[in-house]
Design a protein around this ligand. Structure first.
Ligand code: HEM
Length: 661
């Protein structure tokens, strides 16, 4: 007893401190939930008491879905954190994002919108700076500019068609999201930096683009970090600053590319050409740092957004064959050849336009809300007082998927945009996928032009089929994983070895040049890769790389790649569908085999696996798969694919069968 009393006396200060701390925390939560000026707004009390539920929702990538659920439950305005309100109301667009007489234009929420490079740009800037920047950048998006840019754009779309043709010839399936991204990144890179990223040419993401994806995928962490005191420092500590490094590297590469482009005198009608010319007043001229910052912002704003919309449109078309048929009939009935397809000829295609709108409704590239902050003195929004420093936004997906605004909201019905009387009561005023007001999307016309051209050409030239594993593609997360890939699995592995070897070697060299890891550097020293002798055998036993080309001394027409670093499997995406290889994510060793017709397939140790038929892809996986020769279209193959890869959608491609004239 005496001991207990002594312990209590000794621990007394600690107990007191803990007690005070807990009381303060609970007091703070109670205040937030019941006494805070926002407490009269409806919403779950737990979300109002602390930011933990909203942060968790962002990190899980569930924010868009959670907001819809909360709006369905609580109404048009929901409190989704101690200091944040989400709106689902057509008039809220005007109140939050547009100029109103007698009111201040709400500023962008500063943490969410902090420029990566430190220099302001059209997206990340306060309203005063923005007005100056927008006057200049808008030159690059005028009707005149757009007309001149069509030829630049078409080069990349034509290259996309060429690459898809090759895939169709090889009867391979594909990751259509990836290919849309290749195209839109190349296209916007060309317009912003004066040079394409070469994604379409090399069938892979340029390191700059990969970094962009990493940054996009880390966006939720950035958002979360911005909400927590010292969040960025913490973030840095936890993630070993890989993402922050990527961010800095990204800025550096953009800087170099823009400066290279500025040093070139050219009449190409790209963004930098217009941003430097025809400037309204001398005071509007952008500094080089601002040009760099804006080029980066334009690539971010204009690449993944359009690719995302195209992916959503393609998925919904594939899930709704009657809509797909109708659209194909419109496109194929209008044009006699691919060359006839251009912006002017496409403008008459009403159903195509309706499909675009419906895709923007069902799969908006900006699914959540764009945060604005209520300034000092507070504001009246939708007739209700909102205190200063409250974050407010209109939630796109929650609005567009609501039965309050759209009949059959979950159905993909382009007819609702064409005056179909069944949908006469749809409230289209809520539909603002490009936002409104002075920060409305500047690239809207360019986006429509690109999306129409790409979709029309894809559907004119090809028949698409959704592979079974892609059926639930919509069950994905926003923000954490902005956009899962639609991987293609291989129908036919009849890849000319020479081409394949060239791709592999080129890839190695790119990686080596990028100095992605020290290991790669060591490899370069240790392996003498000679691109001119693709049939030469490169082998390094029991270690990182083994490439055994066709007709090698073991007597089989076989390509084996094994790539292992320090017990960790390196990402095999580089060798995916276009090269005829199958990417598997897990495990610590991997072999990919492609065999020509009639030839033996053997594994690394010479063990017989099967006979090649020109289409056979066999895989052996050290951890979970026993070596076997599989027909890639077989059920077994699909099951393995399902189990082994973290991908969600796959599509098969074949040339337009002209069954729908
Ligand atoms: C389907 C495609 C697209 C969608 C849905 C979309 C949507 C949006 C949205 C919602 C905003 C407002 C952002 C905010 O308030 O923070 C925005 C801004 C912007 N978008 Fe787009 N966008 C698309 C394509 C493009 C393209 C192709 C470009 C060309 C580079 C582009 C350039 C911009 C720019 C420059 C801004 C900033 C405008 C400003 O603040 O003055 N967008 N976009």
């Amino acid at each position: 007893m005496a001991r207990f009393a002594l312990a209590v006396i000794m621990l007394h200060p600690l107990i007191t401190i803990n007690g005070v701390f807990l009381a303060a925390v609970f007091g703070y939560m109670f205040y937030n939930a019941y006494l805070h000026p926002l407490s009269k707004y409806p919403g779950p009390k737990l979300w109002a008491a602390t930011m933990i539920p909203s942060v968790m929702s962002i990190i899980r990538g569930d924010m868009a879905v959670d907001c819809k659920r909360l709006h369905d439950q609580y109404g048009d305005i929901v409190r989704i954190s101690p200091w944040e309100l989400s709106y689902r109301n057509a008039d809220a667009w005007k109140d939050i994002y547009a100029h109103r007489t007698g009111h201040t234009l709400l500023p962008k929420e500063p943490f969410f919108y902090s420029p990566v490079s430190g220099h302001p740009n059209i997206v990340f800037s306060d309203h005063a700076t923005h007005a100056r920047i927008r006057r200049t950048v808008a030159n690059a998006f005028s009707e005149k500019a757009l007309r001149q840019q069509e030829d630049l754009i078409k080069v990349h779309i034509d290259l996309l068609m060429q690459r898809l043709n090759e895939i169709a010839d090889e009867k391979m399936s594909l990751d259509i999201v990836m290919w849309y991204n290749f195209c839109t990144f190349d296209l916007i890179g060309d317009l912003s930096l004066g040079q394409a990223f070469g994604c379409l040419r090399n069938s892979e993401l340029h390191p700059w683009v990969r970094m962009q994806f990493l940054l996009n995928q880390s966006f939720s962490f950035f958002m979360t970090a911005s909400m927590i005191p010292f969040g960025f420092k913490l973030f840095d500590l936890i993630l070993g600053n890989g993402v922050l490094k990527a961010r800095d590297e990204h800025v550096k590469l953009t800087d170099q590319a823009v400066k290279r482009r500025l040093a070139t005198k050219t009449d190409r009608p790209d963004f930098l050409y217009f941003m430097q010319r025809d400037i309204g007043s001398e005071g509007d001229r952008l500094s080089v740092d601002e040009l760099v910052s804006n080029a980066g912002a334009l690539i971010s704003a204009g690449s993944e957004t359009t690719a995302t919309l195209l992916s959503g449109a393609t998925y919904h078309l594939l899930r709704n064959p009657e809509v797909m048929d109708k659209l194909c009939r419109e496109i194929r009935g209008t044009f006699k050849s691919d060359e006839e397809i251009n912006t002017v000829t496409l403008s008459g295609l009403k159903y195509l336009q309706a499909v675009m709108e419906e895709a923007l409704r069902c799969y908006p590239p900006v699914p959540t809300g764009l945060p604005r902050i209520v300034p000092k003195g507070g504001e009246v929004l939708l007739g209700k007082y909102v205190p200063a420093n409250t974050i407010v936004s209109v939630n796109n997906w929650a609005s567009y998927q609501s039965a309050k605004f759209f009949k059959d909201p979950e159905k993909f019905v382009p007819e609702r945009w064409m005056g179909d009387t069944r949908y006469a009561d749809d409230d289209r005023k809520i539909f603002q996928p490009f936002s409104v007001g002075p920060r409305v999307c500047l690239g809207r016309n360019l986006a429509y032009m690109e999306m129409r051209l790409i979709l029309a050409k894809v559907l004119y030239n090809f028949d698409l089929h959704l592979l079974p594993k892609s059926n639930n593609w919509m069950d994905q997360k926003a923000l954490v994983k902005v956009q899962p890939w639609i991987f293609g699995n291989v129908h036919q592995a009849k890849v000319p070895f020479r081409e394949l070897a060239k791709q592999v070697i080129r890839h190695f060299l790119v990686l080596l040049e990028q100095r992605e890891t020290k290991l790669f550097q060591t490899m370069r020293d240790e392996l003498s890769i000679d691109a001119k002798k693709p049939k030469e055998m490169f082998e390094k036993n029991g270690q990182q790389v083994l490439i055994r080309p066709a007709n090698d001394p073991s007597g089989c027409d076989l390509l084996v790649m094994m790539w292992r670093f320090g017990g960790k499997m390196y990402n095999m995406r580089k060798f995916e569908a276009p090269h005829g290889c199958v990417p598997f994510a897990a495990g610590d060793a991997q072999y990919l085999h492609m065999a020509s017709e009639g030839l033996d397939i053997r594994d690394n140790s010479g063990r017989f696996l099967g006979t090649g038929n020109g289409r056979t892809v066999s895989t052996s996986h050290s951890q979970s798969l026993s070596a076997s020769a599989l027909d890639p279209l077989s059920e077994e193959f699909l099951k393995l694919w399902e189990r082994e890869s973290d991908t969600t959608v796959a599509a098969a491609l074949s040339k337009n069968s002209r069954t729908n004239p």
